[in-house]
Design a protein around this ligand. Structure first.
Ligand code: DNO
Length: 365
């Protein structure tokens, strides 16, 4: 397991590269050019800027999260070919600076969705929270009005240029079914995976968060069987997944341990985090510790260990603790605590395995 940490870039992150470097066992940053709109080719000079910052800090930049997919590709519009060509050019440039994994997602319009970014916990910390009934009761067109009236309602994937076209986007998706989305994903993969293979890069799709349809929009990377279908769309190690335990874990029917065992070898990147799911379908993000949430983090780390996981892993969405001023979910403190918990579990399994194999050696003698 190679530990990495998400970094939003100079001026965009409250956590510095020096701080990241001091978290035990962290070797690299997970990065992106966040100011380049989806669909545009990434400029080489900006890529090189991040490369030189990372080099100076002694961190690698093997993992990019995300090169976002233009909605025309998800909608299957004729203009998709132009955006796919840009995507291929970006892959080639990322390979030049040594990128090994590109994380992306195929969620229409939005990325991850929550109803509260600062939900108060009893201990005074705050967490990201999702109130299911509130989203279910919301008309997407009312939502657009609300966002237009309240600019603070901003989330990842809700870039200003996209918000301006939100009504049109909802209209465009009105007749798009899940099967259409599968077709459009397949088209994208048939074009992109041969290029990724040629550059020795793994394309790792991130599951939908939450893993169900929101605002009537189709969502397809939601379950073990759908991941199986995704991997069969193009049978190559370059067609792979970012296994996010918290995204899939918002649906307790998803057995992440079983997913790790079934898809070993096709998981180059793991997001390991916990959520607590309530009976009514609401969920709140918790510390990484197993006992604090519904996701079996202990079992997940054990499964990665047992399957000989050598990919990249990062903690994800921490709580906001100790009065840290940071991007919701992306503070230093709780994610660094999360890393130490993950290492603790990992090292304990490594020790158990060593002891087990040395006992076997002794019994052979
Ligand atoms: C949230 C992240 C997601 C993720 C994208 C991948 O914190 O896990 O925003 O980066 O969905 O494309």
């Amino acid at each position: 397991m190679k530990m990495v940490f998400r970094y939003f870039g100079l001026g965009n992150d409250t956590v510095s590269l020096e701080q990241i470097r001091q978290i035990p066992g962290v070797e690299g940053i997970v990065w992106a050019l966040h100011d380049i709109p989806a669909g545009e080719e990434w400029p080489m000079d900006k890529i090189e800027e991040i490369k030189s910052q990372a080099d100076q800090a002694g961190l690698h930049l093997d993992v990019v999260e995300s090169v976002n997919i233009h909605d025309d590709i998800k909608l299957g519009l004729p203009s998709r070919d132009f955006y796919i060509e840009n995507y291929k050019k970006t892959i080639a440039k990322l390979a030049e600076v040594g990128v090994k994994v590109i994380c992306y997602n195929f969620m229409p319009i939005f990325d991850w969705l929550r109803t509260d970014l600062f939900k108060q916990n009893p201990d005074g910390s705050t967490s990201l929270f999702y109130e299911k009934a509130r989203i279910e009761g919301m008309d997407p067109f009312d939502l657009v009005d609300q966002i237009n009236q309240d600019a603070t309602l901003t989330m990842p994937g809700w870039e200003p240029e996209r918000l301006a076209h939100l009504t049109e986007l909802f209209e465009a998706y009105r007749n798009t079914t899940e099967e259409d989305l599968w077709d459009h994903l397949s088209y994208f993969l048939q074009e992109i995976i041969p290029v990724a293979e040629a550059y020795d890069i793994q394309m790792a799709i991130h599951p939908d968060d939450p893993p169900w349809s929101v605002f009537g929009l189709p969502r397809i990377i939601t379950s073990q069987s759908n991941i199986r279908r995704l991997l069969s769309l193009y049978d190559s190690p370059a067609n792979s997944i970012t296994l996010c335990s918290g995204s899939l874990g918002a649906n307790p029917a998803n057995d992440i341990v079983s997913i790790i065992h079934e898809f070993k070898g096709r998981i180059p990147f793991a997001h390991i985090r916990n959520v607590k799911v309530y009976d009514n379908g609401d969920f709140i993000e918790t510390s990484h510790r197993t006992i604090d949430g519904t996701v079996d983090i202990t079992g997940i780390v054990q499964a990665y260990h047992e399957t000989g996981f050598t990919g990249y892993a990062r903690p994800d969405h921490g709580r906001q603790i100790w009065n840290e001023q940071c991007r919701p979910g992306y503070g230093l403190y709780d994610r660094a605590l999360g890393i130490m918990y993950l290492w603790g579990l990992w090292d304990a399994y490594a020790r158990v395995q060593e002891t087990h194999s040395s006992k076997k050696e002794v019994s052979k003698v």
